[in-house]
Design a protein. Structure first.
Length: 236
């Protein structure tokens, strides 16, 4: 959770259900927002699809921050988030992380073609995690999906995928660049995946319709969308 002190009397708490890929950046942003607004921000990370389902089931979440606008649109169509509250605030990037380097490897697919070293490849679940769908698209585009299918293991989120690689339970993983930029891939070899190999990963945020603090939640979403960062805003 962002912040360290328990909420004081009368201090509202905003729960942000966020894609795991967005958590590192949102932690820093939430700390600043807490000080400015005298509010407590709690981050609830997970796969975008899992968080969306929790909102549909009535979980006490105020803001939805997704790495796939399709989930935001689904919630808006179902009346679970306020359509007018939706904001786009960035675009994600996919990278390959590996426990080994490949001599002479000149592109992101090199570790995935190293049959003598490659035992397992980790990706997030494509059904619920946008980065999992992007990983599947990238591997298919590179002509590697069928060959690697027997070696693929699935994580619930990109954070879990990165953990698989860090602990040696997978040799290679496809994760969000934001996790690498946050210093969470220290000691691993990193290569950017060609952006043309997968559909754009647009990041959106919206106010949950059942929020008990809709005005404050909207201020959080608006401030997030206006926050300058390494990823340029994308049009809504």
């Amino acid at each position: 959770m962002a912040g360290c002190a328990a909420p004081g009397p009368g201090i509202p708490e905003i729960v942000v259900g966020t894609a795991s890929s967005l958590e590192p950046a949102l932690r820093a942003f939430a700390d600043s927002f807490e000080e400015e607004e005298n509010v407590r921000i709690t981050l609830l990370p997970g796969a975008s699809g899992v968080i969306a389902r929790q909102i549909e089931e009535g979980a006490p979440i105020d803001v939805f921050a997704s790495a796939d606008p399709a989930y935001t649109q689904r919630l808006a169509d179902g009346g679970f988030v306020e359509p007018a509250s939706v904001r786009s605030f960035g675009e994600g990037r996919l990278v390959v992380v590996s426990t080994f380097s490949v001599r002479g490897g000149g592109d992101w697919t090199s570790p995935l073609r190293s049959s003598e070293k490659l035992r397992y490849v980790a990706i997030a679940n494509p059904r619920t995690a946008p980065y999992g769908a992007a990983a599947r698209d990238a591997l298919t585009s590179a002509g590697l999906w069928d060959a690697l299918a027997p070696k693929i293991v699935y994580g619930e989120s990109v954070a879990q995928v990165l953990q698989f690689v860090r602990t040696g339970n997978a040799d290679v993983g496809l994760v969000a660049r934001s996790l690498v930029d946050a210093g969470l891939a220290e000691g691993l070899h990193v290569a950017d995946v060609d952006p043309s190999a997968y559909r754009p990963i647009a990041e959106t945020a919206a106010v949950v319709s059942a929020s008990e603090h809709p005005l404050l939640a909207q201020r959080f979403v608006d401030a997030l969308a206006s926050e300058p960062g390494p990823a340029a805003p994308v049009p809504s």
